[in-house]
Design a protein around this ligand. Sequence first.
Ligand code: NAD
Ligand code: ZN
Length: 363
Amino acid sequence: MQGFAESNNVKKVFFGENSLKKFGKIDILQKTQKRIFILDKFFKNKKNYIKTKIIKKSDLVIYINSDIEPTDILIDNLILKIKKKSFSNSKLVVAFGGGSTLDVGKAISNLLKNKGKASDYQGWDLVKKPGVFKIGIPTLSGTGAESSRTCVLTNYKTGKKLGMNSDFSVYDIIIMDPFLTKTVNKNQYFYSGMDSFIHSFESINGNYKNNISDKYANISKNICEKIFLSKNMKSNQNRSNLMIASYFGGLAIGMSMVGLVHPFSAALSVIFGTKHCISNCIVMRGMKKFYPKEYNLFWKMVAKQKIKIPKLNLKLDSNILNNTSKNLIKSTVVHYKPLTNALGKNFRRILTNKKIIEIFNKF
Ligand code: NAD
Ligand code: ZN
């Protein structure tokens, strides 16, 4: 086990049922003019959430269509919009939503202080300066975007689904109020919750693991197992616990790395547009050999909660590669860091083209 890990953390965390009430009282929120609010589209006409009490006419409100995962182009367009509305000197970004919205919040904050395009910063430690002060309010648990040091963007030009991995991609303040996840539908709640479970076991089973990431990951994984093997995964207690699991899962990944599930999942997102958390669940069909214990646990949880995981039936020829196969392979192996974490630096000896296609055929 390697001993060294470093990461910066969220500066202030509010946690607990109704902690959103404290939000309006936060100093920087009260003192700042020209605030940018980035909200998931689900909250558009839901007045009893954040809108009536906190958002003022002088704020810029942007709604995110989270049915599609954020892209580098979306961020560039939003920055243009922010400039047009004369908000590029804004000192505060607030994001309110699931992983997609939280990631948009981080990317906007970074780009308001760093010149160029979003794609310039996709990679590791490329962001030069701290972004605008940012507050994240998760309304869906699992991705750990609230505590992680990345904001994931799909780039269709390069075929890469890659984050701005940077200390500057960490929220300054987060507000974790389990009340907010009450309205999430059952399937989405499961898919996103599983992201936490998957982050945790990828971290625990990886070469980059260390004592601290292991502790975070084990807490997160144990909480997930308890929730998703219980009768009512969405009880008040379970929703509160899942918020904590998500937070710890994000910290675990910040201190280590994801593994084999994420590169395959990213390829599905880039090539077929399937969303992150459901893609992860689909990829679990091919993970028996690599993560046998977790594979069994995953399918036990799926059965317990009566969740439907889509079947892709790709039927690709693993001997003669067509364009789809070539693109899937390219979009998987581009994630050499997680693959090295999972299988070592010679991962291509195990993941030959033929083997990769055989795995995709299990989906
Ligand atoms: P999401 O943000 O994409 O939202 C999924 C759906 O849930 C949307 O339809 C949204 O409207 C709905 N929703 C959100 N909150 C709701 C609520 N309270 N009630 C009802 N509906 C609600 O989902 P997600 O799974 O949280 O995020 C996925 C994204 O997170 C992907 O883009 C993925 O790449 C990214 N991600 C980021 C990190 C990171 O560390 N930054 C890690 C993993 C994944
Ligand atoms: Zn993930």
